[in-house]
Design a protein around this ligand. Structure first.
Ligand SMILES: NC(=O)c1ccc[n+]([C@@H]2O[C@H](COP(=O)([O-])OP(=O)(O)OC[C@H]3O[C@@H](n4cnc5c(N)ncnc54)[C@H](O)[C@@H]3O)[C@@H](O)[C@H]2O)c1
Length: 417
């Protein structure tokens, strides 16, 4: 092996760790000088399935197969001297136990979003990053996705004047949040943390200021508990629009092969991927309308539900400036631009990345390139402070939702300073 090869250890060899990041390492291994030398997972059979998966991808790309060491304990992987970069893709409530020792080890760290399931854990991880002086790189995919990057450049070029308003409209077919560990706030921090932290991070990236206050309305009106709900889809023969085994969309956002037989062997029901959406025990919201006010006068809203139909315009970012406006349609990889007070109407800018058909519309491919560049001493595009602030804004929104829409002052939420 080349001495400059970046050796990656993946903690949490599930959907994100393998079907997104592992596969992208497998595709680009020789180009980027990367390899996978260690896996850590709670269950051994997941690592075996994961290895077969990434090695099939490596083979198809003409790359060498990987032969990682398997660990059941994150600390052992972190201490492995054959690992240079630690990738953490465990469920969100398990981020802290790996992230703090990983940051303290001085090795390069990639941590997926959301940073944590609670504000306390988010602050603790951010503090470990700060105190160790070891800046990590985080997985806010839209920061690596071409249309969002192009939008940012358009705003910076003054194309729409001064940015004043932002809206993410996310009408998503994400029933799976009620079928997986995401259904518990104690594990995920809520569906809003899992998805909404992408959006609050985008707002912070574009706004260049800090949120002052938030209010939100929402709740649960489709995935309400039913007394006679079965445990799992695989044990149920009802005609149901949310069957995990039939409807899981196969888009670049919900990657093919992310659910496989190894999950049906899970002993912990929370780790299964086919819990009935109507089963008791879920404490997350299925829709919300959220408003933030920034210290620089910008206002930003999230219009969000996870029972939307699959549709080409299921996720859009709308930006309004003093001279124009932008609408980004994510699944079309397209920007619609109006400038000069409406003089220039509806310029449709196709801006798909070259590998738009790959996971997260090409973002994971770029993300792995950024991880490699960071491992070689480059900057982190998005670090733990951004991760903490994104979840802090979600926590503010949840506090408002929990209290029927009361306004929450962000200054009342700790940030570790
Ligand atoms: N950036 C993105 O767009 C994006 C997309 C999907 C998921 N994610 C994030 O990635 C993380 C993982 O999500 P996922 O969808 O891959 O979940 P998953 O359930 O598919 O995979 C998690 C894996 O971690 C293992 N695991 C659980 N607890 C563990 C522990 N304590 N130590 C080691 N292994 C453990 C599980 O067995 C499983 O294999 C979450 O934080 C999620 O929010 C980010």
């Amino acid at each position: 092996m080349n001495t400059n090869t970046i050796r990656v250890g993946i903690i949490g060899t599930g959907g994100r760790g393998i079907t997104c990041i592992g596969r992208q390492i497998a595709v680009q291994a020789s180009e980027l000088g990367m390899t996978i030398t260690a896996f850590c997972n709670r269950t051994e059979n997941r690592m075996q399935v994961a290895l077969e998966d990434v090695n099939a991808v490596a083979k198809a790309a003409g790359n060498e197969p990987f032969s990682p060491t398997f660990y059941s304990n994150a600390i052992d992987l972190i201490n492995d001297d054959q690992v240079d970069v630690i990738v953490i893709t465990t469920p969100t409530n398990a981020h802290l136990e790996a992230a703090i020792p990983a940051l303290q080890s001085g090795k390069k760290v990639y941590l997926d979003k959301p940073i944590a399931h609670t504000l306390e854990d988010s602050i603790a991880i951010r503090q470990a990053e700060h105190e160790s002086g070891n800046t990590m790189i985080m997985g806010f995919t839209r920061r690596y996705e071409k249309p969002w990057i192009d939008c940012k450049s358009l705003v910076e070029s003054g194309a729409i004047g001064n940015l004043k308003m932002m809206l993410v409209r996310a009408v998503l077919p994400y029933a799976f949040y009620f079928q997986t560990w995401h259904r518990s706030r104690a594990v995920s921090g809520g569906a809003l943390n899992d998805k909404g932290s992408h959006y609050t991070d985008v707002f912070n990236w574009f706004a260049g200021g800090r949120a002052l206050q938030v209010n939100a309305f929402g709740g649960r009106n489709v995935f309400q508990e039913q007394e006679d709900a079965p445990e799992f889809c695989s044990e149920c023969d009802r005609d149901c629009p949310y069957r995990a085994d039939q409807i899981r969309p196969d888009t670049q956002d919900q990657v093919k092969g992310a659910v496989d037989a190894s999950f049906a062997q899970e002993t912990d029901p929370m780790k299964r991927k086919d819990n009935c959406v109507y089963k008791k025990g879920a404490d997350i919201y299925d829709h919300a309308s959220i408003n933030y006010q920034y210290d620089n006068g910008i206002v930003a809203s999230i219009f969000y539900t996870i029972y939307g139909p699959q549709a080409e315009d299921e996720e859009t970012l709308e930006l309004v400036g003093t001279k124009g406006r932008i609408i980004l349609t994510r699944l079309r990889g397209e920007i619609n631009l109006v400038t000069d007070y409406g003089e220039k109407k509806h310029e449709v800018i196709p801006c798909k990345a070259e590998y738009f058909e790959s996971s997260h519309f090409g973002a994971d491919r770029k993300l792995v390139q950024e991880i490699a560049a960071h491992a070689r001493g480059g900057p982190s595009p998005v670090d733990g402070w951004h991760g903490m602030e994104a979840t802090r804004m979600v926590v503010g929104a949840l506090q408002s939702l929990d209290t029927g829409g009361q306004t929450v002052r962000m200054a009342d939420l700790a940030d570790g300073s």
